[in-house]
Design a protein around this ligand. Structure first.
Ligand SMILES: NC(=O)c1ccc[n+]([C@@H]2O[C@H](COP(=O)([O-])OP(=O)(O)OC[C@H]3O[C@@H](n4cnc5c(N)ncnc54)[C@H](OP(=O)(O)O)[C@@H]3O)[C@@H](O)[C@H]2O)c1
Length: 225
């Protein structure tokens, strides 16, 4: 399928990987609906960008975002669930505050927002959930970032169940590890640029892939769950 000129909704498009992906997609002639909490994406000036304020942890904000999107668009082709937080990254012991905050955004918020826009996703469309290699179950020897790892593992299960649910609409749902990327979320020493990561995710957007796959966008290979 040719995805050129398609409409892509990216959450958290004001910063980091989401921002670089928005820039890449616009350069490749896609139309981007980019969300940010403050309703601004200052660095991209393009008629192919529509900015929507969205805090996925806030029900009113989800409803308002839906109104704005539905006033302007009858459907979207690709949803990239990119917005996420990692308050306990590198911490070795889990704390309840981080667990709650991380799940509010990375799991409850993401799922809640996705379910409200599911009917907008066109037949043959895609949903890409930005997960992390840190959720891979064979990396359990690591002891850090419990809340973050748990949240992305939960997200991966959502990818699986949603991919099965949406098979009859031919909508592919995949989890993606974007690489260890230098952003305001990442821990010190992240080697990859947001542009590199966005290029890797872009390849997946333009490739047909089995639904329900966990994909490493850095190495361009399927990953273990
Ligand atoms: N960087 C890495 O090495 C790495 C590795 C694996 C996975 N990831 C994943 O990649 C995704 C993007 O992260 P990033 O590294 O690019 O970090 P980032 O620069 O901090 O971007 C995160 C984005 O999520 C938004 N966001 C946070 N909470 C939100 C909420 N409640 N509602 C709506 N938007 C919210 C942020 O908005 P504000 O600007 O308003 O905070 C920002 O736009 C995340 O899901 C992250 O877990 C990153």
């Amino acid at each position: 399928m040719n995805f050129k000129n398609k409409i892509v909704l990216i959450t958290g498009a004001n910063s980091g990987i989401g921002n670089a992906l928005a820039e890449k997609l616009i350069a490749e002639k896609y139309y981007v609906i980019g969300t940010s909490r403050n309703g601004k994406i200052e660095n991209i000036k393009s008629k192919n960008l529509f900015v929507v304020a969205l805090d996925v942890t806030n029900q009113k904000s989800i409803e308002n975002a839906n109104k704005l999107i539905r006033n302007k668009f009858n459907g979207i082709d690709i949803l990239v669930n990119n917005a996420g937080i990692g308050p306990d990254l590198d911490k070795t012991e889990p704390d309840l505050e981080s667990l709650r905050a991380t799940f509010e955004t990375n799991v409850f918020g993401l799922v809640n927002f996705t379910e409200t826009v599911l009917d907008l996703v066109n037949q043959n469309g895609k949903i890409l959930n930005i997960s992390s290699i840190m959720a891979t179950l064979n990396r359990t020897a690591k002891i850090d970032s419990t809340a973050y790892r748990m949240s992305k593992a939960a997200l991966n299960m959502y990818t699986k169940t949603l991919s099965a649910r949406l098979k009859d609409r031919n909508i592919d749902v995949n989890s993606i590890h974007p690489g260890w990327v230098n952003t305001k979320l990442s821990t010190k020493g992240a080697p990859l640029s947001t542009e590199f990561s966005a290029n890797g995710i872009f390849k997946l957007i333009e490739t047909e892939m089995k639904t329900g796959t966990f994909w490493n966008a850095e190495l361009q290979e399927e990953m273990l769950w």
